[in-house]
Design a protein around this ligand. Sequence first.
Ligand SMILES: [Zn+2]
Length: 346
Amino acid sequence: MKKYKVFCYQCGKEYQDQWWLCPACGGSLEVAYAQTLDTPQFPTNIFIESLGEGNTPLIRLSILSKKYFCDLWAKCEMQNPTGSFKDRGSVIEIAKALELGMSGIVCASTGNMAASLAAYATRIGLRCIVVIPVKTPISKLQQAVICGAELIKVQGAYDECVKVAKKIAQQKKYFLCGDYLLRREGQKTLGWELANSCFDAFIIPVGNGNIGLAVAKGISEFIREKNLPQFVGVQSTQVNPLEKAWVTRTEIFPVKNRNTIASACNVGNPLDGAFTLDVVKKTRGCFVAATDKEILTSQDFLAKNEGLYVEATAASTLAGFIKIRKQFRNKKVVLILTGSGLKERK
Ligand SMILES: [Zn+2]
């Protein structure tokens, strides 16, 4: 018996060798496992050596808790090997590329994924091409380059990079990595790590929606549906297709990419958009949007008060929380601090 099945969350079609989006309807693909186990399962037959990803610290934000009359915590994902949560997904994607006998991988990235995949690929001798927006912070690019990745810079934002990455994967027969189901499955370990902590909500930046879904899935594999914590997604007011759809209760209309300080949220047409809206609804969560000014103030505030220097995208969680803090009075809330501030040094 196969230990898992891959299917489209939207149309239900089952697949054998699809790891991206549903070829029939474009929906997000999902994995269901034949058995329930007490450790996370992954849709791969082999594993590669770890760089030590995961098991990041969960720390209490005492000063902010007092200030906002709640029990506020931070999951410090910037303490992963390459400085962001992406490492949890990279280890699974690279394992699949190896399992399929690929000689290289390619991905579109806003920066963190490029740095992460480059590190994991070079360790097992896979070539790595990363397609990035020309405006990606130089420090994030240096991380990828020093690990031997080939950079392709695209005039335009992340959504353009996705198209170029797909083309390169076809031409070179490289494995296409990105915010698809393998990455989501790898990242669900974050949810497993949080599931025991009995909190009311988690607040997370949303670009494609992949990491938020991963956290929700990890938690749901561990605890019952009625006890799921609320999934609160934060977007930038500059690029907010999901927040807009949530507030106006309409379908998702892709928005044009614009400059935002939260560079990882600069996704105008989210790959997991509809899936994310559904899961946020299921957990009785919500979406909130923050301005660049609010995000920068929060970044400064986290550093000066709690000693945590995170990237602007990660600080958007605090900016989002501050806007809706009244609904979390006396509740236990976790901010998912996705990446390190050191990555954005000018
Ligand atoms: Zn489908």
